[in-house]
Design a protein around this ligand. Structure first.
Ligand code: SF4
Ligand code: SF4
Ligand code: FES
Length: 369
């Protein structure tokens, strides 16, 4: 066994190769770090392992049963197989069972979200001709909340949504309810999310692997499927935290000018907000193409009417006005106030204009109070 540079002595074997690991890591974490593919559905690196979906089972030498790699700690000296005829047979059978009461491809695409179960079943060659079972999960079709839609027919009861709501949001607005095939995602007394502690963060949509939880607007507007949109990484502009988000853009809309169809969060672990967003960051995007939105500077003419101007004209007029006041009343007659909605770089520039260009320390930012 080769020495482990992170923690001497901690090494295990996966598919005939030796990998070092840190104490506490799971077999899945060691595999992912080393680009070994193990399929998962109920796993989300932000959540405690649940071991619920059984797609990630692997063989561990000496263990009688297949073990869930997402919930099994790596043991030094262990020998693990991530692929074998036994594992392939298990995965195909399991996925075929999931499919027996699951939405088909067409129904799934109406959710406008990727469906990892259907994709995985196709990739791993799961049989699709097993007899169908009636899906008896119930949903909340009359939930009047404006953002979140739940389709029980696409749910596989993996509990990623409820665990996210509990462990990340600390809200517990949704819960698993019912038993066996009736197990579904419910709220207290089946209320609308608007009548619960839900903060409409949309994290349950983000983590759901099948699109059972989906955003209402793209469905009702019959927008393009998420797979057909172009993701453009951006910074949320609603507060100064700077959460990273992905604008999902149809580049051909508006005669090639493009249109933002929806917002999704980047993969967990890749940005400082770890894939989490708040209600504004995730859902408040309709303003982007609103007809009342200012898209160019305006300057008042002699009659007091606002006239369209270029940025150069607007900046020159502003500079003239500020310098005129400074000349007449002194630099300290001016004050500069910036916003916590600006980036740190923009706030820095505001104080630089104040101190270096105008010559006053009268500068403030609203978050400082
Ligand atoms: S939107 Fe957020 S708070 Fe509401 S149910 Fe989903 S995860 Fe919980
Ligand atoms: S709604 Fe989605 S995340 Fe929640 S249990 Fe069903 S499949 Fe899993
Ligand atoms: S990902 Fe391991 S049991 Fe679901």
């Amino acid at each position: 066994m080769s020495p482990n540079p992170k923690q001497p002595g901690l090494s295990l074997e996966i598919d005939g190769h030796i990998y070092g690991f840190e104490a506490g890591e799971t077999i899945l974490e060691v595999a992912r770090k080393n680009d070994i593919y193990i399929p998962t559905l109920c796993h989300d690196p932000r959540l405690k392992p649940a071991g619920a979906c059984r797609t990630c089972l692997v063989e561990v030498e000496g263990a009688r049963r297949l073990m869930p790699s997402c919930a099994t700690r790596a043991e030094s000296g262990a020998k693990v197989s991530s692929h074998s005829p036994r594992i392939e047979r298990h995965r195909r059978g399991l996925l075929a069972l999931y499919l027996t009461d699951h939405t088909n491809e067409r129904q799934s695409r109406e959710r406008k979200r990727p469906n990892q179960l259907l994709q995985m079943a196709q990739d791993l060659g799961a049989p699709t001709d097993w007899p169908r079972l009636q899906n008896i999960r119930t949903g909340r079709p009359d939930d009047r909340n404006p953002y979140l839609d739940f389709n029980p027919k696409s749910c596989i009861a993996c509990a990623r949504c409820t665990r996210y709501c509990d462990e990340i949001e600390s809200v517990s607005a949704i819960t698993l309810a019912g038993r066996a095939g009736e197990t579904t995602i419910s709220t207290s007394d089946g209320r609308s999310l608007l009548d619960t502690s839900c903060e409409l963060c949309g994290g349950c949509i983000d983590t759901c692997p099948t699109g059972a939880m989906a955003e209402k607007l793209p469905i009702t507007r019959q927008e393009e499927h998420e797979d057909e949109l172009t993701k453009v990484r951006s910074t949320c502009s609603f507060c100064g935290v700077g959460c990273q988000l992905d604008l999902n853009v149809n580049p051909d809309a508006r005669d090639g000018a493009g249109r933002v169809i929806k917002i999704t969060s980047p993969e967990p672990g890749t940005t400082s907000n770890d894939g989490n967003l708040c209600v504004k960051g995730r859902f408040a995007y309709d303003f982007i193409h609103h007809r009342d939105r200012l898209t160019h500077p305006l300057i008042r003419d002699a009659a007091g009417q606002l006239q369209k101007a270029t940025w150069r004209q607007a900046i020159e007029r502003t500079a003239q006005g500020l310098l005129g006041i400074k000349q007449e009343h002194g630099a300290d007659s001016l004050a500069f106030v910036s916003s916590s909605r600006c980036t740190v770089e923009e706030n820095y520039l505001m104080q630089k204009i104040s101190r270096a260009a105008i010559g006053t320390n009268n500068v403030h930012q609203c978050a400082a109070t």
